[in-house]
Design a protein around this ligand. Structure first.
Ligand code: SF4
Length: 678
């Protein structure tokens, strides 16, 4: 019986699992003792193999909905690309990737866009996920690695502050670290909902949506007033404290309480727990980050961590929880509009020269635009006329969804590579059926910056190709003269050379070392380098070796409740679904657990509108409406609605206002109302 040790296809925890080819062709999932999940899996991981032979699986390319042979599909795509680029220039074709793609695929996709197509238009759905934390991490520390320490440190922290992260639902095996941590320490959760994670907290701060930044400023204000600022650390290891202290001085606890609804005494309790702890960790999640001020909010929590002297102190620090399976590696190797592999900047002449030499091209395009801005330009007079999508479903996952579908329909050519006919694939001229995780080798980089091996159990079914083979086939047809491998190991070897000397340096990572060491943490500049599980112990990767305080101030959400839209709407996740649901909505047991979208509302709101639990209601924002089942719960603030975004329709409501730095849309807060239908 064939068996491989691999990792779950879904979230960034990348739980270790075993896959076995059982009798009758069934694939069984088994546990495996890996350092992050220690044998644990959630429902999604347990059921992941059910999709391998799912009846909805695409098994042949589709051209305008009709099955065609692979050469016909690829010839059609490349023929249209040539025509459109001849008529409108290189930027007539755009590429959209995903945070679930392996490192090899993310690298190959960026190379395909820049070296083969020569387009500046490439970005990916990680823009909706990690971009605010990434931007804040780079401006403070000079590097973006989600957790700059191993996950196990969370369990040992005397105080752990989770901001907008519901790990009990999104990453259940991580819950064992919370159990460890709460056995001896203080867990503080900031979330407008009393989530499963918040229920486990020693202290739950339940703020008005959109006020996390003010809370961070208030916590820093109290830390100064109560004498918790680590002055020697601030003097020796940071720059910019005075400006940040000035902003925090204006955020006295009563002011923060008035704005956020969080009692001042709770703010004091949080600061005392953080300030007195020998080991304290502050972690942000999407709840703090998916805002038009997400970067500044993360910066405010990093400022607090720096003031307390946490980053680089053993067992302490700041980190963010990456969401998508390869959200970390996917953002390091060239899918982002302004970055080249290894986290090199595309406007850095030395970085460009390095990649031009490696890829054998005389020039590279400049920076493109972020995902939402790219979608906005599709099919416009000056925008791209064609889009190739790999591993993403923006019709469901992007904000203001009705606009997304409209822009995709305006294209001359939409190509989607996926293993199911997602809502985006349903609009495509060409659909290319691609391999699933158990049918391909490669590497993923988890939320700790640990590079892992994905191992194939079996070949893709007949008629199905790997994403790498698709990209290599398109490249050959488009006349790319350089090397474009379809073999993941060869691509990884090239990625090592591409990232050598860069911030996300994989030069010393080999598949053999990953096998031998349960993964290798980047940066790892040479094969004799041990890898970097913990960062910042001696210095920060900034020009002067110091971390940078960044002065940021609170500002309100882009939309506040008012006449016609009296409530806040916030969005999030549930345990039994993942991202846009293309996969998990097709798993019977997951669909049974979470069969349909819903909206949570407080009993006071329900009573006011005579809404009873379970009845369908209409939720309306300035951009659209959705009919959802009402869930009347006292775990949410009376001024707030919550809806999970895994189904079509929810993102018809959300606001596409962007963070000025990260270009993250404001998924987490908009103004809305709820209406009784009958
Ligand atoms: Fe998979 Fe994430 Fe669940 Fe682990 S927590 S089994 S990686 S979805």
């Amino acid at each position: 019986m064939a068996q491989v040790a691999t990792h779950c296809p879904y979230c960034a925890l990348q739980c270790g699992m075993t896959l076995r080819q059982a009798a009758g062709g069934r694939v069984d999932v088994g546990t495996r003792d890996f350092p992050t999940n220690r044998g644990g899996l959630c429902q999604k991981g347990w059921t992941a193999a059910e999709l391998l032979d799912h009846p909805d699986r695409l098994r042949t390319p589709l051209l305008h909905g009709e099955p065609v042979a692979w050469p016909v599909a690829l010839d059609f795509v490349t023929g249209r690309i040539r025509e459109l680029q001849a008529a409108h220039g290189r930027d007539a074709v755009a590429v959209f990737g995903g945070g679930g793609l392996t490192n090899e695929k993310a690298y190959a996709l960026g190379k395909f866009a820049r070296a083969v197509l020569g387009t500046r238009y490439v970005d990916y759905n990680g823009r909706f996920c990690m971009s605010s934390a990434a931007a804040a991490g780079i401006r403070a520390f000079g590097i973006d690695r989600g957790l700059p320490f191993p996950l196990a440190d969370l369990g040992r922290a005397d105080t752990l502050l989770l901001v907008g992260a519901n790990v009990a639902e999104t990453m259940p095996p991580l819950g064992r670290y919370l159990t460890e941590q709460t056995e001896h320490g203080t867990l503080i959760v900031i979330d407008p909902r009393r989530t499963e994670t918040a229920r486990r907290a020693t202290l739950h701060l339940q703020p008005t949506p959109g006020t996390d930044l003010a809370i961070a400023l208030g916590l820093l204000h109290i830390a100064v007033a109560e004498g918790y600022v680590d002055r020697p650390y601030v003097a020796a290891r940071t720059t910019g404290w005075d400006e940040v202290a000035k902003v925090a001085a204006a955020w006295w606890p009563a002011r923060v309480e008035r704005l956020s609804g969080v009692p001042a005494e709770d703010l004091y309790a949080a600061v005392h727990a953080l300030g007195r702890a020998e080991r304290a960790i502050i972690v942000t999640g999407r709840g703090a980050e998916q805002h038009a001020k997400g970067t500044d909010t993360v910066s405010a929590f990093i400022n607090l961590a720096l003031a307390l002297g946490l980053p680089g102190r053993p067992g302490s620090g700041y980190g963010c929880l990456t969401g998508q399976g390869n959200g970390q590696g996917g953002r390091e190797h060239g899918q982002k509009a302004d970055q080249l592999p290894g986290y090199r900047r595309i406007d850095d002449p030395a970085a460009r020269a390095h990649l031009m030499a490696l890829w054998g091209v005389p020039d590279l395009p400049g920076a493109g635009v972020s995902a939402v801005e790219l979608i906005d330009r599709l099919g416009t007079a000056d925008g791209p006329k064609a889009l190739l999508v790999f591993g993403a479903n923006p019709v469901v996952s992007a904000p203001r969804a009705s606009r997304v579908a409209r822009r995709l329909r305006a294209l001359d050519l939409l190509v989607v590579a996926d293993f199911f006919r997602s809502e985006t694939a349903a609009l495509a001229d060409v659909v290319l059926p691609t391999a699933q995780w158990a049918e391909e080798d490669g590497t993923m980089t988890n939320l700790e910056g640990r590079v892992l091996r994905r191992r194939a159990l079996r070949e893709p079914p007949p008629g199905v190709a790997t994403d790498l083979a698709v990209l290599a086939g398109l490249s050959a047809r488009l006349g790319y003269g350089g090397r474009f491998d379809a073999e993941p190991r060869a691509v990884f070897e090239e990625l090592r050379r591409a990232s050598a000397g860069a911030p996300a340096d994989y030069a010393g990572v080999t598949w053999e070392r990953i096998d031998a060491q349960d993964g290798v943490f980047w940066p790892c500049p040479g094969e004799d380098h041990p890898g970097s599980p913990r960062l910042f112990s001696d210095s920060f990767p900034t020009p002067d070796g110091r971390a940078r305080f960044v002065p940021v101030d609170h500002r309100p959400p882009v939309e506040e409740p008012g006449p016609g839209f009296p409530l806040y709407l916030t969005t999030g996740r549930v345990l039994a679904q993942y991202q846009s649901g293309t996969q998990t909505r097709r798993v019977a047991s997951l669909a049974a657990t979470a069969p349909a979208p819903f909206v949570e509302l407080h009993p006071d709101v329900a009573a006011l509108l005579s809404i009873v639990d379970g009845e369908p209601v209409r939720v309306v924002s300035r951009r659209g409406a959705a009919v959802l089942a009402a869930r009347v719960v006292d775990t949410i603030r009376p001024d707030t609605l919550f809806a999970p975004f895994h189904w079509p329709g929810i993102n018809a409501l959300t606001n596409d206002a962007l963070d000025p730095t990260s270009r993250m849309p404001e998924f987490k807060v908009c103004a809305a109302r709820v209406e009784k239908l009958t």
